[in-house]
Design a protein around this ligand. Sequence first.
Ligand SMILES: Cc1cc2nc3c(=O)[nH]c(=O)nc-3n(C[C@H](O)[C@H](O)[C@H](O)COP(=O)(O)OP(=O)(O)OC[C@H]3O[C@@H](n4cnc5c(N)ncnc54)[C@H](O)[C@@H]3O)c2cc1C
Length: 392
Amino acid sequence: MATTPRLDPADLLAVGELLTDEERLIRDTVRKFTDDRIRPHIADWFERGVFPVRELAPELGRLGVLGMHLDGYGCTGSTAVEYGVACMELEAADSGLRSFVSVQGSLAMRSIHAFGSEEQKQQWLPGLAAGRAIGCFGLTEPDFGSDPANMRTRARRRGDDWVLDGSKMWITNGSVADVAVVWAQTADGVRGFLVPRGTPGFTATDIHGKLSLRASVTSELALDGVVLPADAVLPGARGLRAPLSSLGEARYGILWGTVGAARDCYTAALDYAKSRIQFDRPIAAFQLTQEKLVEMVLELEKAYLVALRIGRLKDEGRSLPAHISFGKLNNVRTALEIARSARTVLGANGITTAYPVLRHANNLESVLTYEGTSEIHTLVLGEAVTGESAYR
Ligand SMILES: Cc1cc2nc3c(=O)[nH]c(=O)nc-3n(C[C@H](O)[C@H](O)[C@H](O)COP(=O)(O)OP(=O)(O)OC[C@H]3O[C@@H](n4cnc5c(N)ncnc54)[C@H](O)[C@@H]3O)c2cc1C
């Protein structure tokens, strides 16, 4: 006898049923980790502006999410969708947590994995995968964000050595990193360098006063006559395409992660609406509240489908940069709208850290900007559909 299908209000279209058993297992394992280790503390970390990175990194390493989509060197070798569902659960807890994992795995580790020498891979990747070491990725500069081609950081040859001068801005994990992947102009175009912590002339200073991604370390890097040996350069990285390809991997994590943040806001609003009584009724009984919740779940499920579609294309080796821009633009924007709408359902309680919605909304303001702003992804898609570049 056929059973009557049951609706899950948090996944109305049952998109989760499109995941494989292995993908669901990873989703549930990461969700349990965040329930146990992150959710009880995240409001406090956000309020105090801290992220206990040294404590959490080895735990995330044991969870298998650091560089999980890379092969070998202690990495899990997961599929794109498996990596995606992990990002979804990490960001459902906090965008700062997913940012840490993205920067470590998709930016720092992926750059070493794709462009490093065998010695560089052996030296850094196993420790980074285990969370014994922390990495960062320095591309943005104080004067060049969307337009990194004009970066001022320079690397000059001096005998066999390299000498780096310049600065990098808004660098996630900067002051806690054991190794910084720093991108600099050379006589042969942009190249990537591995700068170990403590190298003379290299300093990292944290950026304070953030109202967004407070549970995440963001730093400014200064390079003042930093002397590096010849083997500090990533041999396989030539030109700006190299860092941009790593950024594509990190953006892919974002298009999944933001589905998690959106889901967390929607479910917080739904729970609250069912228990909050005004005018002798739960506010969930008012048509205007129902309209907000329905708009949220419609957009949430569409974003989930977008992420899954792009993930499947990626696993088939068919995803293009325009697909990633599509997902990043749509899903961050959607998550932000859901977070803001959820905030209104919670009334005054919505502005506190007792509920996750404004924390997520504030975090998503950074996510909207980093890894290519919404404007830049609009222009990438504009070029994809018209064949005309509006920004080059
Ligand atoms: C919390 C946080 C963490 C970050 N972590 C890292 C990191 O780990 N590593 C790293 O390298 N960077 C990092 N970044 C930097 C991030 O990638 C940049 O902020 C981003 O690329 C935008 O650069 P910008 O802030 O300089 O803005 P700008 O490039 O100055 O842009 C300002 C505005 O102008 C718009 N604009 C620019 N050019 C155009 C155009 N051609 N057409 C239309 N509009 C345009 C932008 O869309 C934006 O709205 C981080 C940023 C934040 C906030």
